[in-house]
Design a protein around this ligand. Sequence first.
Ligand code: C5P
Length: 397
Amino acid sequence: MLKGKHIILGITGSIAAYKAAYLTRLLIKKGAEVQIVITPSGKEFITPVTLSALTGKPVVSEFFTANTGEWHSHVDLGLWADAMVIAPATASTIAKMATGVADNMLITTYLSAKAPVFVAPAMDLDMYKHPSTQANLKTLQSFGNQIIEPASGFLASGLEGKGRMEEPENIVAYLENYFAKGQKYAGKKVMVTAGPTYEKIDPVRFIGNHSTGKMGYAIAEEFASQGAEVTLISGPVNLSCSTKINRINVTTAVEMCQAAQEEFVNADIAVMCAAVADYAPKQYSQTKIKRSGEMTIELVPNPDIAATLGAVKRDSQILAGFALETNNEEINAQAKLEKKNLDYIVLNSLADKEACFGYDTNKITIIGREGEKQNFPLKDKKEVAKDIVEYTYKLIK
Ligand code: C5P
């Protein structure tokens, strides 16, 4: 999988830099071409001579070679790479990546890199846990960078906890997995709806629901990470997505329906994850409605977006929906699958603890067209997204 791949290995000033030599060796053994870019403090931990002996290439650290004045182009390097791996990544480098403080060759290369970026943090447990580091890692994820989480164990400080750079073998396995997956959905166009819809009553009020959009966003990210061209039609949520996803923001069900119809024409796969309001106020008041005793809001049904798409679905297209149920879950879900002409439906029940709205975890059952069922245990929504994306793959015609 890594044969012939161009990999930039960014090394920063952590004691785990000694493991970078072994990581380099493993990458080379797998047939990758490795270019090391090291920060000034990285060189305090491991010598460039060791690294260049392993890669057969000069190590890049400064913007210029001091004695010849030769300029090292971070832009060319960034374009050359199939992947950039920063291992070990210190708290300082992670913060600079998150904020774009381009004061060394590694960060300028990172900012120029078009290839996927993998970050393997290495630091003391308290530094790793600190809200500042965690916020910076979240920012990097929002850029589409992948975090190879540190392991728990003995740290150079003598303390024990999470912060140890992931072992080189596992970093290599992570990259291999990425490249193996990377091709799976290449050339496929995927549309995902996510989040709630807000149905306006007046300029201040709306009818909405508790959907946070986390499940739909995780699905969109997973498809994108496996090479799909993803359009995410999102209701109002407090989430960001990586820049490789084409995000269309909508507010109401009617807006979502219009965007979905336009996008579906060109989509190979559509996953309807949004919690669309079933009804909208019949009248919209241009001015704020004043309190005056009892009042009634007349509601009109919203379009069923999934059913609208199901009615025009081509044989080659895959259409999936979600069912959030409180009772008679499987019977209700099966009925929805048929009514909306879906290829499968993902059932989650409000009866399950730590599943559905607001949680980072979910517990699903996928029901197929012939009524076949697959149960999954409670998992992080990102893992659930992987299961859904994997399931979808088997249906591609
Ligand atoms: O009928 P119900 O709302 O339970 O169906 C849920 C499924 O249908 C979800 O996939 C949801 O995204 C989709 N849906 C839709 N448009 C609606 C209502 C639901 O696309 N108006």
